[in-house]
Design a protein around this ligand. Structure first.
Ligand code: FA5
Ligand code: MG
Length: 432
């Protein structure tokens, strides 16, 4: 039998399917229950409606206050930002020097500062709320590309999204006249999730423009010159961060680069994709009057790199406020290996329903995430069939497990019962 572990990253054309042993499509799942320090105001919970998330009524993004009703809009059908995601805005884990993501970011800065004589300008406070033009059009994402759908991206309104990659800032920085830059930020995606996928994560974009004297001197064609320089830069970065580690380049596709590559690192007995990169499409350079130039760009997945670097087994941990996690990391210390404080027991619950035509797994994931937050470790499709009338049934196994404590039966039953209610109400499915 076979398990398909769907590792879809939005901008690559193909998802990777890993065949494994029991016939079922598998995807996993997590979200947050940690309370944000950026939350300016939290409303007390109404007594009758028990929620895992305090409703945050405003957040601070780099000194700018954003009210909940500007981002979470029940009256706009295009809006699909839930409270659990809103509460993450402005958390900026990458700006915390004692957090693994911040420690990693600083180590990458060190690499660029020392190898490129501080020529890379750094940005880490650009707002994650961007226009669809910035997020998609400016980087040539086709009008019908799957990443534009409400199923994959968080929309504030039809023209505004939570950026799903730091590439959203390439064009504006080029237009400003920047030629070498690093952009670090939180990015947002509706995704089926497992221990290496999370709906909010952090990327660092790198961009480097070359003028003709660079490649002419080398005697190489401009694209080859840029591609070689890019790989040399990123291999050097990997050595700087990891010393020795097993890695490989994989050819891929992005709308904004050609050729395009991904770098994978061998981690926990599997290849883990840690970044996407390539030689920038000429049309992007042309938009900023750089038609005689060539450029490379990359987008690093900071959580993925930090997982390898600090031996962090589950991406949910990055959001933990538990001192047993946070106290293990020190500013400027790269080599520290995370010591798991304990593995609490999982609790399994199954749910079966007849799906409707509009059913998607990302929507189902979001419902479970909205109820159980980071207490959900994984959601697996364990059975699927279509009856003679053409109705399709799905059975999902939900794995509940806290990273921080043992869950009680009562608590898990309560979560599962809420999932059953909400799935019916929101997804138009018929429970079996
Ligand atoms: C992009 O986002 C491109 N913008 C990267 C890029 C930039 C390519 C510039 C070329 C030039 P992708 O969707 O593959 O590509 O994501 C980049 C990295 O983010 C992945 O390699 C992975 O490390 C990380 N990533 C993707 N999805 C998730 C997720 N749900 N959770 C955690 N990390 C993720
Ligand atoms: Mg990818």
């Amino acid at each position: 039998m076979t398990i398909f572990s769907v590792q879809s990253t939005i901008f690559t054309r193909a998802s990777v399917s890993i065949l494994s042993s029991n016939g079922l499509k598998r995807f996993s799942f997590a979200s947050s229950s940690s309370f944000s320090s950026n939350a300016l105001h939290s409303s007390p919970l109404p007594k009758t409606k028990k929620r895992r998330f305090p409703i945050v009524s405003a957040v601070d993004i780099g000194g700018v206050t954003i009210a909940r009703n500007e981002v979470v809009r029940d009256d706009d059908p295009t809006n699909n930002v839930p409270d659990s995601i809103f509460s993450k805005l402005g958390m900026q884990l990458h700006r915390r020097d004692k957090h693994p993501i911040g420690i990693l970011k600083n180590a990458i800065y060190d690499y660029f500062d020392s190898n490129y004589d501080k020529q890379f300008d750094k940005f880490e406070d650009l707002s994650p709320i961007v226009t669809t033009k910035q997020n998609f059009d400016d980087v040539l994402v086709p009008a019908d590309h799957v990443s534009r759908s409400l199923n994959d991206t968080y929309y504030v309104d039809s023209q505004t999204v939570l950026r799903c990659h730091t590439s959203a800032h390439q064009a504006e920085l080029l237009r400003e006249g920047r030629r070498r830059f690093l952009v670090t930020g939180d990015v947002y995606r509706r995704d089926s999730i497992d221990s290496t996928h999370y709906p909010v994560f952090h990327q660092m974009e790198g961009f480097c423009v070359f003028s003709p004297e660079h490649w002419k001197e080398s005697g190489k064609d401009s694209t080859l010159y840029a591609a070689e320089d890019l790989k040399k830069c990123l291999e050097g970065l990997a050595r700087h961060l990891f010393g020795g580690v097993e890695m490989r380049w994989v050819d891929t596709y992005f709308p904004f680069t050609e050729p395009s590559f991904e770098l994978e690192i061998y981690f926990k007995e599997d290849w883990l994709e840690v970044l996407g990169c390539g030689v920038t499409e000429q049309r992007i350079l042309k938009q900023s009057g750089l038609e005689n130039n060539v450029a490379w760009a990359f987008g690093l997945g900071l959580e993925r790199l930090a997982m390898v670097l600090f031996d962090i087994p589950d991406i949910r941990l990055f959001w933990s406020d538990d001192e047993r996690f946070t106290s293990q990391f020190k500013e400027g210390e790269l080599g520290v290996k995370f010591k798991p404080f304990s593995k609490y027991p999982p609790c399994y619950k199954d749910i079966s329903f007849w799906i409707s035509e509009s059913f998607t797994e990302n929507n189902f994931c979001e419902v479970v995430r909205g109820i159980a937050g980071d207490l959900v470790e994984e959601v697996k499709l364990i059975d699927s069939f279509t009856n003679k009338k053409g109705m399709t049934s799905h059975c999902y196994r939900i794995v509940f497990r806290s990273m921080e404590r043992s869950l009680t039966d009562e608590e898990v039953n309560d979560l599962q019962s809420k999932v059953r209610d909400e799935v019916q109400r929101k997804l138009n499915v018929e429970l079996r």
